[in-house]
Design a protein around this ligand. Sequence first.
Ligand SMILES: [Ca+2]
Ligand SMILES: [Ca+2]
Ligand SMILES: [Ca+2]
Length: 123
Amino acid sequence: MDLSSALGLINQNPQFSNLEANDFRYLETSPCIDNGSPELSDPDQSRSDIGGYFFNQGNPCNEILEGDINQDQSVNILDVVTLVNYFFGGVIDEDCSSLVSDLNDDGILNILDIVQLVSLILN
Ligand SMILES: [Ca+2]
Ligand SMILES: [Ca+2]
Ligand SMILES: [Ca+2]
């Protein structure tokens, strides 16, 4: 068995967007994109990517679920975590963030949006 191909391309630079800003999303040229398990697919219907994030190759903002902050097609506790992290300097997808993160539509991101998100999940 060829172990290096079985492990994928994890010995190459995964090309994160901005490590210093804790932005672990992949650049478009990352070797991790579409090189995860062929058995799995990403929310954008492409082959799975290696690692915790997937590079969204489809899925324009207007198809993202309200409250799906991390854009994995489901609204759950991970989105709360992502939003909380954002307040502590983490990164969310700026392109769509205003659409999906400002849950009470008051134009600002704050604790009220977290409250709204939690109640969205609980309901
Ligand atoms: Ca993919
Ligand atoms: Ca989500
Ligand atoms: Ca708000």
